[in-house]
Structures are given as C-alpha cells and as structure tokens.
Design a protein around this ligand. Structure first.
Ligand code: UDP
Ligand code: GLC
Ligand code: MN
Length: 423
C-alpha cells in the first residue's frame, strides 16, 4: 500500500498549540482527505498535549532545535524565532509520501488538497522580499537524508534571518529559478498582517483565498488587536469559539484572551467576497462574522457554502467594499457571542448598521492616501494656495482617474510626501 500524505504543523508551547488546534479544525471544516500531524516539544503542557492528540491524527515529540542567532533574529525583530529550526524535524516524517507544512498561525479557509500534487520545494513568495519564499506554507518530501543535509547546512551556514525561513531559502537557493509548479499563488499564503498596496489585486482575488497566515508578532491568541485584514482575524476566532475555547483548561494559557471581550474593529466584506466557505454549520457563525460578510441571517449564510469557482477573467468585478487598513483612529466595539440563531440575527442587524457607518468613516482608499500625502506636501510647497479644489473634488478626480498631475498631485509633490513619511 502506498504511503499517505499529511499536513504538518509545529508547536513548542501552549500559545502556538492553540493556533495549531484552530488550524487543525479549519482543515477538518474544509474536509481535507489527508492526515493532519503535529510535531511538538516538551514546552507544550500535558493538558494541551491531550487536546492536540485528540484533534490531530498523529503527533511526534521532537527536541527543540534553536539557532540562538540573536543578531540575525534582531533583523526581523523576532528574538523568539530561533526555535523555528525545530521545523526541520518535519523531514523525518517518512511515514508519509508527501507533506505540506503549515505554520501554527495559518488558517485553511478553503480545501487546498491540490497542494499535494506539487513537488518539493513549493511555496509562495515572501511579501517582504518576494525573491525568497515564505516558509509558513511549503510542500516537502520527507527524507532522512534531506533532514541530515539541512541540519548540517544549518550548522555550517546558519540562517540569514535566524529562523527556518533564512535557512530553507539558503538551502533551496534555486527556488526562484525552478519551474512554475514550485511557486504558489498568494491565495495559498495570504499574509493577513501585510497592508496590501495592490488593493485592486486583493479585490480581484480575495474571494479565492485558501490559506491565511497571521504572520508577525501579533497573533490571534495574543492580546493586541486584529491585523489589517480583520475579517480573517474574526474567522480565526469563529473557529476558536466553536471548537477550541471550551476544550482548553483556562489555566493553561492565561495570556490568551476571551474573544467576547475582544475589541474588534470590523470592516465588512461584501457578499461578493464570500470567505465563509469553511463553515459547515452556518447557524453558529458568530454574529460579528456575519456582520462582516454583509450577511444578516444564517439562511443567507448558506448561500456562500458553494464550491469555489473563480470569476471568468473577462468579467468586470462589481464595486464592493473591501477590507483595508484605516489611517484614522480605530472605532472599537464589543460583540456578544452567539448562543442561538435568534441572537445572531438580532445582533448582526445592529452590527450591520454599525459597521455600515464604520465603512463610511473608516474606509480609506488609495486615493485618500494619495490625497492626504499630496495635500500635506502642498502645504509646504504652495503655502498660499487657499483656492483650488476641495478635498472631495480632488477625491472624485482621483476616482475618475484624473488626478491633478500638473498641480497639487504632481509627481514631485507626492514623492516629497512619501519621502517625508519614510524619513
Ligand atoms: N513556533 C513555535 N514556537 C515558537 C515560535 C514558532 O512552535 O516559539 C512555530 C509555529 O508553528 C509558528 C512557526 O514556528 O507558526 C513560525 O513562527 P511564527 O509563525 O511566529 O513566525 P511568523 O510567521 O510570524 O514569521
Ligand atoms: C517567516 C515565516 C516563518 C518563519 C520565520 C523565521 O516570517 O513566516 O514561518 O518561521 O520567517 O524564519
Ligand atoms: Mn507564521
């Protein structure tokens, strides 16, 4: 009989174990046909380990591998990531034919089993430096030989970021030149903490996203507030509330927060951005997720439980509200957790009107940013310009593709504003 395939993740402590639990439940929700395996270290407490073992198909205790490379870890401002060398143990899972490694801070929101058709090494570009791959999601073929080569390589050359990503990119240094099968589209590793500068692409491909990655020091299970794509953050909490919260002894990780008390700044996704696909029980989708989806009832929610079919490339995409980071002060409100469908309906209605108001006050567009930037520079360049278009008129001009390139929106003005904000 041929060997099975597996999704693999890693947790060296209870915080990441919580992430791993949510990840495993997300994989089950999208009905993966493959095994789900966790590698863990003795930093995970026995209670939490019990939860991991009852959720994952299998688990393996491994030793911590730590780069202890403080200097390079300082470059990515993550002194905690030396232990990510522990990931290398995944190559020892030779009971599987092929694996996909997923960081414990990822969430699978649509079935992505087709990844197992890809060869080693397959990954998506890192959003900070796209010539390198991000090691939060990668396809690999377990092999003792590769494991030993990787460890030897790490000892010899180290890692340029102090973590596994720097090491793996040095080891698989020809990744960028490999054929297209080795390069994943961003929908398989959409980084929820990146402020997307290409909003048009996010709008076009947002509803095809399969794997979300909460990259960076801010994680859903830590205090700190949502990332720039708060709808995905809320999806994480939806799974956490439904599947994990009740199973985790409260003394295990006192640092993680009660999401019902979590101040969540929400910006609705339109119904043309149906990210609710993973839920097999739409009636228990927490109200804030419904609110963010623009859906007001559980019956409507089932509408989005259809298989993914990307829009034909020649069809223009309707104008819709998309999540975008706001430059204004966050408007914060609390949500109630939903214990019944009726409650979901009521609270989502009021959330909907709240959030609609919020879009108006919080959504900033690329045009807004450009206007703000160039308006600021205008002050320094043309001090006396009291007359001229109002900011509303300027916004309209931007939206219609006619910025005042000869005057206030001149390239030099915008450049000056950008340089000022960078310095
Ligand atoms: N990890 C872990 N314990 C740690 C740090 C990291 O188990 O103390 C694992 C976990 O699977 C995590 C991955 O290593 O998702 C990479 O770390 P992280 O996701 O924090 O890095 P980022 O993606 O934010 O750069
Ligand atoms: C990256 C990856 C993460 C990795 C870290 C350290 O940001 O997302 O998986 O552990 O770098 O190399
Ligand atoms: Mn990560």
């Amino acid at each position: 009989m041929s060997k099975p395939n597996a999704w693999v993740t890693l947790a060296t402590n209870d915080g990441y174990a919580i992430g791993a639990l949510v990840l495993a439940h997300s994989l089950r929700k999208v009905a993966t046909a493959h095994k789900i395996h966790i590698i863990y270290t003795d930093g995970v407490t026995p209670n939490m380990l019990h939860q991991l073992q009852s959720t994952f198909d299998d688990s393996t205790l491994v030793d911590v591998l730590d780069s202890k490379d403080e200097a390079n870890l300082a470059l990515i401002q993550r002194p905690d990531l030396g232990v990510t060398f522990t990931k290398l143990h995944c190559w020892l899972l030779t009971q599987y034919a092929k694996c996909v490694f997923l960081d414990a801070d990822t969430l699978v929101i649509r079935n992505a089993d087709e990844l197992f058709e890809r060869p080693e090494i397959t990954a998506a570009p890192d959003m900070g430096w796209p010539d390198y791959f991000n090691s939060g999601v990668f396809v690999f073929e377990p092999s003792e030989e590769t494991y030993h080569k990787l460890v030897q390589f790490g000892l010899q050359y180290g890692s340029f970021d102090g973590g596994d990503q720097g090491l793996l990119n040095l080891f698989f240094s020809n990744w960028r030149e490999l054929d297209a099968r080795h390069r994943l589209p961003l929908i398989y590793n959409l980084c929820a903490s990146v402020v997307y500068t290409y909003m048009a692409a996010l709008k076009r491909h947002g509803d095809q996203v399969k794997i979300v990655h909460f990259l960076g020091a801010q994680k859903p299970w830590l205090k700190g507030g949502p990332t720039p794509l708060p709808a995905f953050w809320a999806l994480w909490f939806a799974i956490y509330d439904e599947k994990v919260r009740g199973t985790v002894p409260s003394d295990i990780n006192p640092a993680y927060i009660d999401s019902t008390e979590f101040p969540l700044r929400t910006i609705p996704l339109s119904s043309s951005f149906p990210i609710l696909v993973p839920f097999d029980k739409p009636e228990i989708i927490p109200s804030r997720v419904l609110a963010m989806s623009g859906l007001s009832s559980a019956s409507n929610a089932s509408r989005v439980l259809t298989p993914l079919s990307p829009p034909p490339s020649n069809v223009p995409i309707a104008k819709s509200t998309i999540p975008i980071i706001s430059t204004q002060s966050p408007h914060v409100y609390k949500t109630k957790s939903s214990s019944s469908v009726a409650k979901v309906d009521e609270s989502s209605k009021s959330l909907l009107s709240d959030t609609t108001k919020e879009i108006e006050s919080l959504t900033s567009t690329v045009a807004d940013l450009a206007i703000n930037l160039s308006a600021e520079s205008t002050l320094t360049i043309e001090k006396s310009s009291e007359e001229g278009p109002t900011s509303d008129e300027r916004r309209q001009a931007w939206e219609q593709g006619r910025p005042d390139y000869q005057g206030r929106d001149a390239f030099e003005n915008i450049m000056k504003a950008i340089e000022k904000s960078l310095s």
